[in-house]
Ligand binder design. Sequence first.
Ligand SMILES: Cc1cc2nc3c(=O)[nH]c(=O)nc-3n(C[C@H](O)[C@H](O)[C@H](O)COP(=O)(O)OP(=O)(O)OC[C@H]3O[C@@H](n4cnc5c(N)ncnc54)[C@H](O)[C@@H]3O)c2cc1C
Length: 456
Amino acid sequence: MNAPISPIEQLHLELPDLDWITDPSRIARLSQDFAWFSPVLHRQLKDKVADAVVRPRTEDEIRVLVSACARRKLPITIRGSGTGNYGQTTPLAGGVVLDMTGYNSVCWVQPGVARAQAGIRLAELEKHTRESGQELRCLPSTYRSATLGGLFGGGFGGVGSINYGPLAAPGNVLGIRAMTIEPEPQVVELRGAEALRMHHVWGTNGLVLEIEVGLAPAHPWLETLVVFDDFDRALAFGDALAHSPGIIKREVAFFGSPVPDYLGQLEQYLPRGCHAVLSLVAQACEEPLLQLVAAHGGTVTYRKTAEEVKKSNRTLMEFTWNHTTLHALKIDKSLTYLQTSFTPGEHVRQIREMASRFAGEVLMHAEFLRGMDGRLTTSALQLVRFTTEERLDEIIALHRESGLRINNPHVFIVEDGKAGGPLPPEVIEMKKRFDPLGLLNPGKLRDWPAPAGAAP
Ligand SMILES: Cc1cc2nc3c(=O)[nH]c(=O)nc-3n(C[C@H](O)[C@H](O)[C@H](O)COP(=O)(O)OP(=O)(O)OC[C@H]3O[C@@H](n4cnc5c(N)ncnc54)[C@H](O)[C@@H]3O)c2cc1C
């Protein structure tokens, strides 16, 4: 007698024309993301693997796949390019990884707004928006490979957030088209705040097909590194530049010593032991930038025009946000990181206090940005010299006791991460509406399935 075929094999037989990835080593690779930045997550997630990966190319292919999985109650984990940091695309209960990168067209670009399919890479989308002198408002430093759907499902913001705040700030995402996970999938358009209920829930409460995003005017950006021999002066310069409304900018990052020593590819521009400020400023604003540098006693060691950046294909954007951590990990694998939100107006004092309190153990890298309320502040992605998981927990607790918000990057359950507790009822409502069978990466939401007896 033949052995019964598994639900995954049945799926394959039912949908042979889909783009299936069956090679076990590729399935294993496509089941992981950059969770290895955390020694804790690496230990917990490294062996989790999907049963199959499918890369649909059209909405119809997505629909038949979702329907066939829902009929068999097979888990689905949605994946963009897998650059997320918290095991966001790692299936906790096996099943199918639904790779969205084949679903990647631009729908349209208009003044101030564009719409595209979720699997498009952000760099590709910007190629299209630049034709009309526009660019994305906030971009993760992984923009070359990261997808629009992945930024929406798992990202926060990044380069450009100094002007427009996080992706979640009203106006940055105008609407989405999303599919329900059920035997007869429904496709629904959600606008504004309703659309944002699917944002940063790590692909657990709906499958996003298209996203409409606000655009910004594009400028030729001048990329610079300014170095200092004094921590406070470097930080004051970064803060003054971030606060200067007349200097058009896209990015300002502060690296306290010894963080610049870990940016090996920029070694020749970063004297050992220096403190540095990295910025992207409109080329037309170079003169006031240099006046500010002089007023703070800094030295410009790196200066590239937009044309030079394009020719060399090297941009300082890929040294910001969590790319700083990536470069540092190339030099010292024992490092890990934190994600800390500072208080607007208090941020300079808080950074100084934390840098001196944890000197030698928590190394300061801070990004200037606007918060949800538009006020200028900083978010830090400090490098941490990792010793034990207990000490890491202690460092996080000490930051929280000092009134700082830590978005813990060492957890893989949605409620334990940036959400910082139980999900709001409207987000749970979305889960019930778009994933009534609880098939989207089961285990990622602590409170799902809802405990027996919970309100329907
Ligand atoms: C070196 C480095 C630097 C980074 N810098 C930044 C940064 O500056 N800013 C920032 O915000 N993040 C940053 N990140 C995190 C990550 O790169 C970004 O959030 C990126 O936008 C994720 O895109 P992705 O396509 O790789 O998504 P993935 O990692 O594939 O997915 C992310 C999450 O979104 C969900 N998802 C993907 N597509 C969909 C969809 N169509 N529908 C529903 N859910 C979906 C997935 O299930 C997953 O939970 C960085 C990560 C690394 C490793």
